[in-house]
Design a protein around this ligand. Structure first.
Ligand code: IMP
Length: 209
């Protein structure tokens, strides 16, 4: 693992902009959270912070995995930081894939294989209801705070759209007829689980600074 020569200070500034480390290397997630947080705070990925690490997600809840990621980065850098863990919870599958969303198709995992597995398992099941749930773990001044965002909707019979990532092509949020993959990021963010959790994070940060 490579660490930056100068581990980040608790809350660093560059060119007068406040920065916070987001314990992820998923560029889509950084973009979504940055859009939610707005221009006052720069969200930087692990890569941008000079941290080369693949943090394991060994636990069986989103909360425990989010905590694992944020505390790992906090231990390494001493910086205020946050992580998030998201799962797609499908009613007819008893909440699966849930915490296993990233690796639902096993070793052979890819967004496409995960989507195919969900569609296969839902074949013939009338209940298509599902939800995305995001948990954010923030380490602020050495203390942990958890935030949650939920987006309810349904699973399509077949993928639609080519935007977004992960399960976006098969998920339609309540209140719309298009899949997340058929929306712009701005449109997705009107409904997004991650956006809802990020909004709470932003509220907290506003009062904490
Ligand atoms: P993670 O463990 O939080 O990275 O997310 C687990 C998996 O859930 C990812 O690999 C994606 O397949 C899926 N996922 C997370 N967030 C979203 C989203 O906003 N849209 C679609 N799929 C998502």
């Amino acid at each position: 693992m490579d660490l930056p020569e100068n581990p980040l200070s608790n809350m660093s500034t560059q060119a007068n902009r406040l920065q916070i480390v987001f314990a992820t290397n998923n560029a889509h997630k950084v973009e979504e959270i940055q859009a939610a947080i707005g221009p006052d705070l720069d969200v930087i990925s692990l890569k941008q912070a000079g941290i080369d690490i693949d943090i394991p997600e060994p636990h069986d809840t989103l909360e425990a995995n989010a905590t694992e990621k944020s505390t790992t980065i906090h231990r390494l850098t001493g910086a205020n930081c946050f992580s998030e863990d998201t799962g797609m919870e499908i009613t007819a599958l008893g909440g699966e894939p849930g915490v296993k969303s990233a690796r639902y198709a096993g070793e052979d995992r890819s967004f496409q294989n995960n989507v195919d597995k969900v569609l296969q398992k839902l074949k013939g099941k009338p209940d298509r209801s599902a939800r995305f749930r995001t948990v954010i773990s923030l380490i602020w001044e050495g203390k942990e705070y958890l935030f949650q965002g939920i987006c309810s909707g349904r699973i399509l019979e077949a993928p639609a759209g080519d935007g977004g990532f992960g399960y976006d092509p098969i998920f339609v949020p309540d209140g719309d007829t298009r899949s997340f993959a058929q929306m712009t990021l701005e449109e997705k963010n009107k409904y997004s689980h991650r956006r809802k959790a990020a909004d709470q994070l932003v509220e907290f940060l506003k009062t904490a600074q």
